[in-house]
Design a protein around this ligand. Structure first.
Ligand SMILES: [Zn+2]
Length: 127
């Protein structure tokens, strides 16, 4: 084996290999076809015994060092696992809940009534 293996990441912005970067998809694809990759080890770069928050040899690691699954779109699902919430897809695929009023916070009418009472009490105190 020759030592003159040119890794695919050479010349690319290194932040692409930081988990959470918009370049993560390209980084994973480059690692997948890289001649310097041996299974889950990278022959170039500094050896990382416990990688976290980075992509190494085609595997994305989250901030705690856990492996991120890859979304259908090609980006790693870099959210930390949390049993309390069900996550589907990566942050690029997830559709945010856009509503003018968050009803889990408080009923809109109840909130308005409370605000009115507060304002009325303030005006009364000032008078
Ligand atoms: Zn996705």
């Amino acid at each position: 084996m020759t030592a003159q293996v040119i890794a695919r990441c050479v010349g690319q912005p290194p932040e692409f290999w930081d988990t959470g970067d918009p370049g993560n998809r390209l980084a994973l694809q480059l690692c997948a076809v890289c001649p310097a990759r041996r299974d889950e080890n990278c022959l170039v770069g500094e050896p990382d015994r416990k990688p976290f928050g980075v992509i190494r040899a085609g595997v994305a690691y989250n901030e705690r060092g856990g492996r991120c699954p890859t979304c259908d779109c090609g980006y790693p699902v870099d959210d930390l696992p949390d049993a309390r919430r069900q996550l589907t897809g990566c942050r690029h695929c997830r559709v945010p809940k856009l509503r003018s009023w968050d009803s889990t916070f408080m009923n809109r009418q109840a909130y308005q009534a409370k605000r009115w009472q507060t304002r009325k009490a303030k005006a009364k105190a000032a008078a």
